[in-house]
Design a protein around this ligand. Structure first.
Ligand code: AMP
Length: 482
């Protein structure tokens, strides 16, 4: 079987069509999307006609990856960019995106956000046909599919090849004459279209448009391919239509608060989640304290709803990455401590409600409760602005094995004792969905409910999970996939 790591990406994508400073715009666009991936970053540009694509990709944050010389050398008015995060042993430059290739269809570059759930099978099939893979990420499969010369007039359209893909994909593609933005038919991950002067831009989140001064035009629809070329903008729907399943965790945690997803501002949705939470689990307390940055907006909503003062008692050191991003437990524990400091005088002798967006392994919550107790808090009530996480995500958010999720390890009472809190209250699915003001059926809620929008082979996923956590690089020869 093939070498393939667990397809786990939390990524951001960006694209520009028709701007003389395409590389610089991409650089700033990726800055705005940095929260979606901190492991590697890259930009590929094209200067038109038969000139070769220019590419700069390195490991690290956007600010570390590109220097002024790089941006100067990335010539051309088309560009695509990517920020990547993965948890596997394959955090290496080969997996950094955009991925590009010189193919029978000309030069192609792609940047992908999401997870393909049929990656192992597709890769094996492509290898049987002679494809040679360089990296271990599932995104390379997309490049190979696009590169295949179409036999019939139907398959001559390279987008037809994308019908093979199953799972979550928001992709930007750069060809020699066009930029294409595509979302999978379920629309798991976001992708929006903007305009800057005469240029078109595509970005995972609208906060990237704000930074470069672009105007939001609209979201790319689930199942839509937007083709931007000399003749303008063309929309195609190459896939069989499906029920939309937008990832609700983008609203809860993942997206930036200043982004609008499906025309709903993320920070405002979070404030409403806090209000819902306060109505569901009210508590008599003196102060509401957020865990920054993730709990800030929900804590504001909680405080507003119960009319209890909001006190930003935790101070965050902004110069380190996300705690969860670090791969080993040792580093993770250390990062949790280095990240936040508590101003004791806010909490001494007080009944405190501490609000965060989610509990995954429980490391953050447990440590914060300890900090509050040590600082002399009289009572500590933990409130979480989403339901308990119990299930794996196969569509692009990185969570640990379900057995490692705190909610699967303890009952509600045990959980409270484990975390050392006086009470623990989670938002429920209904309240979380209400806070978005969008219909429940348009969401993927799988990490909370276990209802997966795309059926999959559980034994295959178990195998993939095991491989991921063993950091193995080869599937067993006799592995049966699908
Ligand atoms: P934990 O400490 O393992 O319970 O993780 C919970 C903290 O990590 C919360 O403060 C969340 O804001 C944040 N978080 C939740 N999900 C993720 C994720 N998939 N990637 C990175 N951070 C996350």
């Amino acid at each position: 079987m093939t070498s393939l790591d667990y397809p786990s990406h939390e990524c951001g994508v960006f694209a520009v069509y028709g701007h003389p400073n395409a590389a610089l715009l991409s650089y700033y666009g990726l800055f705005a999307l940095q929260h979606r991936g901190q492991e590697s970053a890259g930009i590929v540009t094209h200067a038109g006609s038969k000139t070769p694509f220019q590419s700069v990709k390195r490991m690290g944050l956007v600010s570390q990856v590109f220097n002024e010389k790089d941006i100067d050398q990335l010539k051309g008015s088309y560009a695509i960019g990517h920020v990547r995060y993965s948890t596997t042993g394959s955090s290496n430059l080969l997996n950094a995106q955009p991925l590009s290739a010189d193919t029978s269809r000309g030069q192609i570059a792609i940047a992908h956000n999401g997870n393909l759930i049929n990656a192992a099978r597709l890769r094996a099939e492509l290898e049987m046909k002679g494809s040679i893979f360089q990296a271990t990420s599932d995104s390379e499969i997309i490049l190979h599919l696009l590169a295949q010369p179409g036999a019939s007039s139907e398959t001559k359209n390279p987008l037809a090849a994308l019908r093979e893909l199953e799972g979550a994909f928001s992709i930007v593609i750069m060809g020699e004459k066009e930029i294409i933005g595509v979302r999978d038919p379920h629309g798991f991950r976001p992708l929006s279209l903007g305009k800057l002067d005469d240029a078109w831009v595509l970005a995972s989140e609208t906060c990237a448009f704000d930074l470069i001064g672009a105007r939001f035009v609209r979201d790319v629809e689930p199942g839509e391919a937007l083709i931007i070329n000399e003749s303008g903008l063309r929309s195609e729907f190459p896939f069989k239509s499906s029920q939309e399943s937008f990832c609700i965790f983008e609203y809860v945690y993942f997206a930036r608060p200043d982004s609008n997803l499906r025309n709903i501002n993320v920070s405002q949705a979070r404030v409403r989640m806090g209000q819902e939470l306060a109505r569901l689990h009210p508590v008599e307390a003196d102060i509401i304290v957020p865990i920054p940055d993730s709990g800030i907006y929900a804590a504001l909503g909680f405080s507003e709803e119960l009319n209890i003062p909001y006190e930003p008692a935790f101070v965050r050191n902004h110069y380190i990455g996300r705690t969860f991003i670090q791969p080993t437990q040792l580093v993770r524990d250390f990062s949790v401590r280095v990240k936040l400091n508590l101003i004791n005088s806010y909490v001494e002798g007080k009944r405190v409600v501490v609000v965060d967006d989610s509990i995954v392994r429980g490391t953050t919550a447990k440590n914060r409760v300890i900090n509050l107790r040590e600082a002399g808090a009289k009572e500590v009530h933990l409130r979480i602005s989403c339901p308990p996480h119990r299930y794996a995500c196969y569509y692009g958010i990185d969570f640990p094995d379900p057995e490692k999720l705190l909610a699967n390890q303890y009952s509600q009472e045990e959980l409270c004792a484990y975390l050392g809190a006086d009470s623990v209250g989670y938002l429920d699915v209904e309240g979380m969905v209400r806070a978005t003001r969008l219909p429940k059926e348009s969401f993927c809620l799988a990490c909370f409910t276990g209802d997966y929008p795309i059926p999959f082979d559980a034994s295959f996923n178990k195998l993939i999970m095991e491989r991921r956590h063993n950091q193995a690089h080869l599937l067993p020869d006799d592995a049966v996939l699908f």
